[in-house]
Design a binder for this molecule. Structure first.
Ligand SMILES: CC(C)=CCC/C(C)=C/CC/C(C)=C/CC/C(C)=C/[C@@H]1[C@@H](COP(=O)(O)OP(=O)(O)O)[C@]1(C)CC/C=C(\C)CC/C=C(\C)CCC=C(C)C
Ligand SMILES: [Mn+2]
Length: 378
């Protein structure tokens, strides 16, 4: 199908005429087959340094250096919590994770006791952070409130938690070498969400995805642990964690197009919508056209690319963490299949993965997770 749209019939095109030949479109759809062998220019990772902030390589290098060198690691006051208090704190984190994130919660049940508690504590902090701008009270959020939330984060890391849920994270940062930087960057992502509800291009969207989701990957690696027998560098594995977060967020954005539009938010890159003769009006009209389907095929291909890049790192994690991470990776990626099965109607339908499908994926995730980590991919 030629996705070219004549100028006259396209209500969204203002000053420029966009065409995409069928040959180049075939090239894009065939890129999926190539993605396992090399990183095609089209989907190479945009660099954060273009925004005047540290590149992801620099960011990860600093985190890895800090975490591998205990005497430079942030000195924290060692909290002395009552064991009963901590048990209740983690129990509340567990209940929140089970209630609000069934897929992640299923993944955590495959983890060791200490790791699952740590992820529940990290999840709760992430969910509370997200709820500041996405929750029922988001209308009252201010930059001052986000600054106060960041001060509370500093207190958590300094052994002075504000409440029981914060205390679970204080205990976690004392048990695992978590760095505060990804947590601070997630708060920066929420500041970005309060001032920005359109994204001109993928570079801008990538920055947002790093802030709200890539950071989750960076937070999680010290808890998941790296396989001692892994031949890959920590930097490579952290990059994979970043990719998993990016893949999750891109998928989340594609799943929630309708829901986000009803809140006046369009995360889809404006220049890529325009390339297919689309604009915000098409999103708000909820009309699933052929142009929309072609646009969605490219978006799904790119999201899958990031999951594919994460696979290499997931296999290099500590043996006890690989199955939960592989499960989470596969289950979230299956949302993309659901969007395809809905014939790309993510404007009126919310794609989901049924419980049976989730359970059937677990043994497949297990076999993928148990492949040999020292078999470094070509
Ligand atoms: C088992 C497992 C993977 C656990 C990770 C659980 C965890 C800590 C998740 C935090 C999720 C969260 C609430 C983040 C706040 C911002 C936000 C909402 C991010 C989006 C998540 C989806 O949330 P939800 O589906 O509830 O969406 P709605 O709010 O309803 O729209 C995100 C899409 C980001 C999620 C990112 C990850 C889960 C990244 C996980 C990466 C790792 C665990 C790294 C693994 C390591 C390697 C080497 C691959
Ligand atoms: Mn969402």
């Amino acid at each position: 199908m030629n996705a070219a749209l004549p100028y006259a019939s396209n209500p969204c095109i203002k000053a420029r005429h966009y065409t995409i030949s069928s040959q180049s479109y075939t090239k894009i759809t065939s890129i999926k087959a190539e993605v396992a062998t090399h990183i095609p220019k089209k989907f190479s990772q945009p660099e954060l340094s273009v925004f005047g902030i540290k590149s992801t390589d620099q960011l990860i290098r600093e985190i890895v250096r800090k975490q591998s060198n205990s005497d430079t690691f942030d000195v924290r006051r060692i909290p002395s919590f009552n064991p009963m208090f901590l048990e209740e704190a983690y129990g509340r984190c567990r209940d929140i994770c089970a209630e609000y994130a069934k897929t992640f919660y299923l993944g955590t049940l495959l983890m060791t006791e200490e790791r699952k508690k740590a992820i529940w504590a990290i999840y709760v902090w992430c969910r509370r952070t997200d709820e500041l701008v996405d929750g029922p009270n988001a209308g009252y959020i201010s930059l001052a409130a986000l600054d106060r939330w960041e001060e509370r984060l500093d207190d958590i890391f300094n052994g002075r938690p504000y409440d029981m849920l914060d205390a679970a994270l204080t205990d976690t940062v004392h048990k695992f070498p978590l760095d505060i930087k990804p947590f601070k960057d997630m708060i920066e992502g929420m500041r970005m969400d309060t001032r920005k509800n359109r994204y001109a291009n993928f570079q801008e969207l990538y920055l947002y995805c790093y802030y709200v989701a890539g950071t989750v990957g960076l937070m999680s690696v010290p808890v998941m642990g790296i396989a001692p027998e892994s031949l890959l560098s920590a930097q490579t594995i952290y990059n994979a964690a970043l990719y998993l977060g990016i893949g999750n967020q891109l998928t989340n954005i594609l799943r929630d197009v309708g829901e986000d539009a009803s809140r006046g938010r369009v995360y889809l890159p404006q220049d890529e919508l325009a390339k297919f003769g689309l604009c915000d009006k098409d999103v708000f009209s909820r009309k699933v056209t052929d142009g929309w389907r072609e646009f969605m095929k490219e978006q799904i291909t790119r999201a899958r690319f990031y999951f594919d890049q994460a696979e290499e790192g997931a296999t290099q994690l500590h043996k006890a963490s690989r199955w939960p991470v592989w499960s989470s990776l596969m289950l979230y990626r299956m949302i993309l299949d659901s969007i395809e099965n809905n014939n790309y109607d993510n404007l009126t339908k919310r794609a989901y993965v049924g419980q049976t499908q989730k359970l059937m994926a677990l043994p497949v995730a297990y076999t993928r997770a148990m492949s040999n980590p020292s078999a470094v991919f070509p």
